[in-house]
Design a protein around this ligand. Structure first.
Ligand SMILES: [Zn+2]
Ligand SMILES: [Zn+2]
Length: 270
């Protein structure tokens, strides 16, 4: 079975619905990796609610990797249908302590932000899993690596045994040890999903915000020697026209890289 990568959320920071950005997508981060009838979800921005609208069956076992707990990466949880289905179990994975994952759910579902009485009172089951090294999750091999962000944040490497995809959202690819270790760890992956939010001139006033420029992302991709690079966490107001132009520019500048700006609901195959 071929591995497929589908973005249901490509937008960084805030969802930004507007007719000019519908090609690349308006929802905050959520990527689904599929192999046959098995899948893994990465991040739970508003895109995860959009993904669950596509699910024929909202019961069963769901496996969700969380990169970090910034609001744009968890805010969609309540809109993920299986969270409310009595016959579903939602497994959450991250390198963070299980207590920390539970604390986040305690806050999210405490009743301040919706009609909840705590995540334990939801119809579905929640299970929290701390990743300590490599793991097999729903038949996929998964490992992780720390990224440069304003708070702890992790990249994931996912393999079905044939192809390897690396997801590295919310990463500022400056030349430091964390980025060098990340490059070494990701080297040779078939597909790299990399944070790319800014033009160089925008970055000047956003240094240290934990995100990369287009060139920083492409330079990482070059060093990683990946076959396909998908740029994501698009700046909220970046229009389809602008992203089309950026993609054209980057493909000219880096002809050896198969670089694309990630689009919502396109099936990418590594
Ligand atoms: Zn983010
Ligand atoms: Zn973040």
């Amino acid at each position: 079975m071929a591995l497929e990568v589908i973005f249901y959320g490509t937008r960084g920071s805030i969802s930004a619905p507007h007719p000019d950005i519908l090609k690349y997508g308006a929802h905050t981060p959520c990527v689904v990796i599929v192999s046959g009838d098995r899948s893994l979800i990465i991040d739970a921005g508003f895109g995860i609610g959009f993904y669950s609208d596509h699910l024929a069956n909202k019961m069963g076992e769901f496996h969700i990797l969380i990169s970090h707990f910034h609001w744009d990466h968890i805010q969609g949880l309540n809109y993920f249908g299986p969270v409310h289905h009595p016959k579903s179990t939602n497994h959450f994975y991250s390198p963070f302590k299980t207590e920390q994952m539970q604390d986040v759910m305690d806050i999210y579902f405490d009743g301040s932000y919706g009609p909840f009485n705590g995540w334990e009172a939801l119809n579905s089951q929640f299970a929290f899993h701390r990743l300590s090294h490599q793991a097999v999750i729903n038949g996929f091999n998964v490992s992780f690596k720390a990224l440069n962000h304003t708070d702890p944040c992790y990249a994931y490497k996912i393999s079905d045994g044939k192809h390897t995809v690396v997801y590295a959202s919310d990463h500022e690819a400056i030349d430091n040890q964390i980025n060098r270790d990340f490059i070494e760890w990701a080297e040779g992956c078939d597909m790299l999903i990399h944070d790319a939010m800014y033009y160089d001139n925008e970055y000047e006033t956003r240094t240290g915000w934990g995100h990369s420029t287009f060139d920083m992302a492409c330079n990482n991709a070059r060093k990683i020697k990946t076959r396909t690079t998908l740029l994501t966490h698009h700046e909220p107001l970046r229009s389809d026209v602008e992203l089309d132009a950026i993609e054209r520019e980057l493909r000219q500048k880096y002809p050896a890289l198969n670089v694309l700006c990630a689009q919502q609901e396109i099936v990418y195959k590594p």
